[in-house]
Design a protein around this ligand. Structure first.
Ligand code: NAD
Length: 487
């Protein structure tokens, strides 16, 4: 059965919305309508709408990249519905979610700005990846010198970045005397609210200091921790969706059963009753962020590169691989977990076991190439700050340096058996060039100040990194890992 509103009654064994699109009113504009948003925020809102709550918070999607046009074209014929398949180790459940009311394609920037200026929109949410925030990795702060931001600075009436568009929307609201909206980042970035605020106010400052001050003073930017492992959709998932649930969905989302959202209750223009759907509101999300970003995302980084070099394709297979699994346990226990502060209501050891179980779930089909992607944006958020904290505290950084060396070896572009590694980074040519150079001159890699900042200057880190990379090249990844973990 083709997925659309008219066909919902004929779907069997699948949960469907108990509300019509006409029961909803738009309240949220979302940038970056990828898989994660549809597995996470849209699922929470769908649950609320099914309870008859908060129905004035329907979602309108948008984006600034060509990929968002593809999503628009895939979802439009199916009335913006999405099949979400939630997978436990033993069962998979499908539900069709209907929280989305429409999507503005990326090229229609005038319509995006109109929507941003519309008083009905009271939250603008974002999932545009770690690389979408124009952050200077050395300082962790918004950097207005990025070319795309500079271009927005010169074009105050036709900005092209997410933050330029949001700033223009806020400028129009200010001029019209409309209350600002809340900007809610749902990306895996420490202090994502603060980072988003600096980006929006940062673009505004290039145009008009008064506007920047008004934004900082009146708009809200809650920090949040988001979690649900959501792989990319391939033809495998499209086929499974038709085969197992009888639904022909152009872009279904397959994810794990686990879902978590911890959020600061900092909204300037109302919000949906998210707590009724299980969102945890806390005064300070910082310890939750540390826990999730370091243990989960840092853990993903730790398995991605050894598994890639050893030709392991699926994440659950990496976890079962004796060397990769042992490296994961070692780096987590000895170097990552000690940097995580106490988290209210959580025993860190239980959290580690939870992560281990989730990564090992064979049903999710999450892939190593997905985790290995975008290292130049992820290492500075998930690994380098851990090393920085360890160095400050005088703790060991050997596993973190080994992880960095594995990333470097991965960027050489060939696995241990000589297979090509697909380019998966905005600065891939630079990475491959440096990785080749680092084969004989390891420290060339750490010269990437935009990735490593001061950590790349630390004598202790440099020594451990050089030793690790030399080992990996001379013994091969498997033997170097075996020696390192003591297997
Ligand atoms: P995806 O590839 O399905 O979608 C990415 C979206 O971001 C697309 O809409 C794309 O157009 C947009 N985008 C990418 N780079 C951009 C840029 N530089 N500027 C503006 N827009 C950009 O990915 P996804 O699985 O939806 O993940 C998106 C983000 O969600 C992650 O990077 C992460 O921050 C967060 N997240 C994902 C997961 C997960 O398991 N997938 C879990 C937690 C958090």
């Amino acid at each position: 059965t083709k997925l659309n509103r008219a066909n919902l009654p004929s779907l069997k064994g699948v949960a469907v919305p108990n509300y019509r699109a006409s029961d909803l009113k738009p309240g949220i504009l979302h940038f970056g309508l990828g898989n994660f948003h549809r597995a996470h925020q849209a699922v929470y809102l769908d649950a609320l709408f099914n309870m008859g709550k908060s129905r004035d918070w329907g979602i309108i999607g948008t984006g600034v990249r060509p990929a968002d046009r593809d999503m628009h074209d895939a979802l439009k014929p199916q009335d913006w519905l999405t099949t979400v398949v939630e997978q436990e180790a033993s069962v998979s459940r499908a539900r069709v979610t209907g929280a989305m009311l429409g999507m503005i394609p990326p090229e229609d920037r005038a319509a995006i700005v109109r929507q941003l200026a519309d008083p009905a929109i009271r939250i603008v949410s974002i999932t545009v990846t770690e690389g979408g925030y124009f952050i200077d990795p050395a300082t962790g702060q918004f950097n207005p010198e990025f070319e795309e931001i500079a271009v927005d600075g010169r074009n105050p009436d036709d900005p092209r970045t997410v933050f330029g568009l949001i700033a223009l929307g806020l400028r129009k609201r200010r001029a019209a005397g409309t209350r600002p909206f809340t900007v809610m980042s749902c990306d895996n970035i420490p202090h994502n609210g603060v980072v988003a605020r600096n980006a929006v106010a940062g673009v505004a400052r290039l145009w008009d200091r008064g506007l920047a001050d008004w934004i900082a003073a009146t708009a809200a930017f809650p920090n949040g921790m988001v979690d649900r492992i959501t792989p990319a959709t391939t033809d495998r998932e499209r086929k499974l969706c038709a085969q197992d649930f009888g639904i022909e969905d152009n872009w279904p989302v397959y994810c794990e059963e686990f879902i978590q959202w911890v959020l600061e209750d900092n909204f300037c223009n109302g919000r949906p009753e998210l707590e009724a759907a299980g969102v945890q509101f806390v005064p300070d999300v910082t310890p939750f962020e540390f826990m999730k970003i370091r243990i989960l995302n840092g853990g993903h980084a730790a398995i991605a590169y050894p598994a890639s070099l050893l030709d392991v394709h699926f994440v659950h297979d990496a976890m079962n691989h004796p060397l990769v699994g042992a490296f994961f346990a070692k780096i987590e226990r000895e170097e990552i977990m000690p940097t995580v502060p106490p988290v209210p209501g959580v025993v860190l050891d239980d959290y580690y076991h939870l992560i281990h179980r989730r990564f090992s779930n064979p049903k999710i089909g999450d892939t190593i190439p997905r985790l290995a992607f975008d290292g130049s944006n992820r290492q500075p958020k998930f690994i380098v700050p851990v090393a920085r904290d360890r160095l400050k505290a005088g703790g060991s950084i050997d596993s973190l340096a080994f992880e960095s060396a594995l990333w470097c070896r991965h960027c050489f572009g060939k696995t241990e058996t000589g297979k090509d590694i697909t380019a998966g980074d905005p600065i891939w040519p630079r990475l491959t060039e440096l990785a080749a150079k680092a084969k004989s001159d390891p420290l060339a890699w750490l010269s990437m100040e935009d990735v490593y900042g001061d950590v790349g200057q630390s004598a202790i880190f440099r020594k451990a990194f050089a030793r690790s990379l030399t080992d990996i090249w001379s013994k091969g990844t498997a033997q170097a890992l075996a020696d390192f973990v003591g297997a």
